[in-house]
Design a protein around this ligand. Structure first.
Ligand SMILES: Cc1cc2nc3c(=O)[nH]c(=O)nc-3n(C[C@H](O)[C@H](O)[C@H](O)COP(=O)(O)OP(=O)(O)OC[C@H]3O[C@@H](n4cnc5c(N)ncnc54)[C@H](O)[C@@H]3O)c2cc1C
Length: 366
């Protein structure tokens, strides 16, 4: 058996690519080292609650083409992401908006909020921010920074905001309307039935082998394909010969609770340093679940080392320069295409992954 494409990785990128290539008459085989399909958007159905095993995933896009495309595979519900921030015993709406400001300062008009922030920024007199703390303070002032940014960011990066470079926070959008919708995108929702179903549909009719890595597959079968689409880590493909690209990782602690409604919202961010986790996700609220029990995941941001699950690329100067070197190697390959968040060493939202995979298929012109 010879395939046109061996697709390494059954995540969203690999699945879109497989679907499009099958449509174009190509023979594909998908492999994944995990025991399930879907990559990081994989959801496990636990008695009717779709548990986002690799972190909360909310689909949002302003790209109509991508929205129409994904709607071929699932109907989306009307979930709107409106996270809550918990700082000690205070609760605030996110993103930073008039609800946040009125709770924080007891004010009610946009003018009062703008004035408050302007004065707090002016008091600090920061002209050239030297680190993330100064950068954030110069954008939002003391109160929002101390209650909603400092502790959360320190947990995310595992170090003090004074030791973090300012470029991590380029902008901090402030919204002077009473609008808790986290995303500005035109389209948003959660697929009814979960994300795994989407991937199943995309891979319908394409053979899939799970629990096998690319190298194991090659050792076992030899080169039974013409080309490879590789959505794993680009540095791993090259045996880290130029160096190791760094990531931040996340540990999820899942708990089933015999209570109908634990926190009243899908996403609650814990913004104080002293609480060790960054967020608690209550999965049923993504789909307005009414089960008599609930499932939550506490998210702990953690250091990453080779062999751990990579989540967020650390796109600092050093890593970006190293990625460019790997990319130069990749460009010399005739039979291997690198794609997806790991192949491109880039944080991609789902809509951007779909767009990139569709563009790649067009570029190949199969
Ligand atoms: C915590 C978190 C939350 C997120 N939330 C959102 C959100 O709310 N909204 C949004 O739009 N996006 C979100 N994203 C982004 C989203 O997860 C990605 O856009 C998407 O999953 C990327 O798909 P992919 O196919 O590129 O990669 P992946 O899903 O990582 O798929 C790659 C697959 O390749 C397999 N693989 C890797 N190496 C090998 C190998 N050597 N051999 C065999 N198989 C291999 C892996 O096991 C994996 O299954 C989030 C990301 C994270 C980390």
């Amino acid at each position: 058996m010879k395939y046109d494409y061996l697709i390494v990785g059954s995540g969203l990128y690999g699945a879109v690519f497989a679907y499009e290539m099958k449509k174009r008459g190509k023979k594909c085989l998908v492999i994944d080292k995990r025991k399930h399909i879907g990559g990081n958007i994989y959801c496990e159905d636990v008695d009717g609650i779709h548990v986002h095993k690799y972190g909360a995933h909310i689909f949002h896009t302003s790209n109509k083409k991508v929205w129409d495309y994904i709607n071929q595979f699932a109907e989306f519900n009307n979930y709107i992401n409106s996270p809550i921030a918990k700082y000690k015993d205070e609760l605030y709406n996110l993103p930073f908006n008039m609800n946040t400001f009125s709770k924080m300062w007891g004010i009610s008009t946009p003018k009062e909020a703008q004035e408050m922030i302007k004065n707090q920024i002016a008091d600090l007199n920061i002209t050239e921010p030297k680190n993330l703390e100064e950068q954030a303070l110069s954008l939002v002032g003391k109160d929002v920074y101390e209650k909603l940014i400092k502790g959360y960011t320190e947990k995310q990066w595992g170090r003090d905001c004074k030791e973090l470079p300012s470029f991590i926070i380029k902008r901090l959008p402030l919204r002077f309307t009473y609008d808790n919708n986290y995303f500005n995108d035109r389209y948003q929702g959660i697929p009814i039935g979960g994300y795994t179903k989407i991937i199943e549909k995309m891979l319908e009719g394409t053979p899939v082998e799970l629990g096998i890595s690319y190298k194991e597959f090659l050792a076992k079968n030899g080169k039974i394909f013409d080309k490879v689409l590789y959505t794993g880590m680009i540095d791993e493909y090259y045996d880290y010969k130029l160096g190791v690209l760094e990531y931040r990782s996340v540990r999820f602690e899942e708990e089933r609770i015999e209570e109908e409604n634990y926190q009243g919202n899908a996403v609650v961010n814990y913004t104080e340093r002293e609480v060790p986790y960054t967020r608690v996700i209550e999965h049923k609220h993504f789909e307005f679940g009414t089960q008599p029990f609930t499932i939550i995941s506490r998210e702990y941001s953690s250091e990453w080392k080779k062999g751990d699950e990579p989540y967020y690329p650390i796109n600092n100067e050093k890593n970006n320069a190293l990625y460019e070197e790997y990319k130069a190697l990749a460009e010399q390959e005739n039979d291997v295409i690198f794609g997806g968040r790991l192949g491109n060493y880039k944080y991609y939202d789902m809509d951007k992954v779909i767009e990139a995979a569709l563009n790649k298929v067009d570029e190949i012109g199969a």
